[in-house]
Write a protein that binds this ligand. Sequence first.
Ligand code: SAM
Length: 184
Amino acid sequence: HYRCRSAFKLLEIDKEHKILHPGNRVVDCGAAPGAWSQVLVDKSVGFVLGVDLLRIAPLEGAVFLSKCDLTDPATHRKIIDLLPSGQADVILSDMAPNASGIKELDHQRLVGMCLSLVDFSGTVLRPGGNFLCKIWDGGESSLIRDRLQQRFQIVKTVKPKASRTESAEIYLLAKSHKSNNAPN
Ligand code: SAM
């Protein structure tokens, strides 16, 4: 019943790494068409907020911000306003920019988007919270991995079986967000 096969990647990652828990406030970045949000609702996490540049068709149990750019500070303010107590327990990103076909350029763009999401996470993700993002692997992957290592206790690279082996797509999983005041 999932809107997209990508649901199986999230199911697989969560089964292995236990990132979602009952009661969690979860932000699903790049949520359209909404399959990851369906998984979140099925798992009865506490609050599901999906955000995408595109329109996301309504889903019972989820709140959606359609036509919102996650690199725009105005979107960040809307997310904080909608989250209970203004904080998230988990931030997920399956965002992907429109591919230009130039591999290195697409890679750099996606890494840039994820770096900005890590920065936003500094203000919205509670200490101890978890972060998962998709990147296309390449020359600048270490930039995002290093930044995650500064801000989280544990960082892992995950390649779900449901992700085609020939694709450059990998997921970076960062667990246990350090408190904002912790020295790096
Ligand atoms: N996880 C989704 C699901 O299970 O249905 C599939 C996500 S799809 C691979 C990637 C999405 O990222 C697209 O819908 C695209 O519009 C969105 N996206 C790309 N850039 C974005 C941005 N700057 N802000 C918000 N969403 C963005």
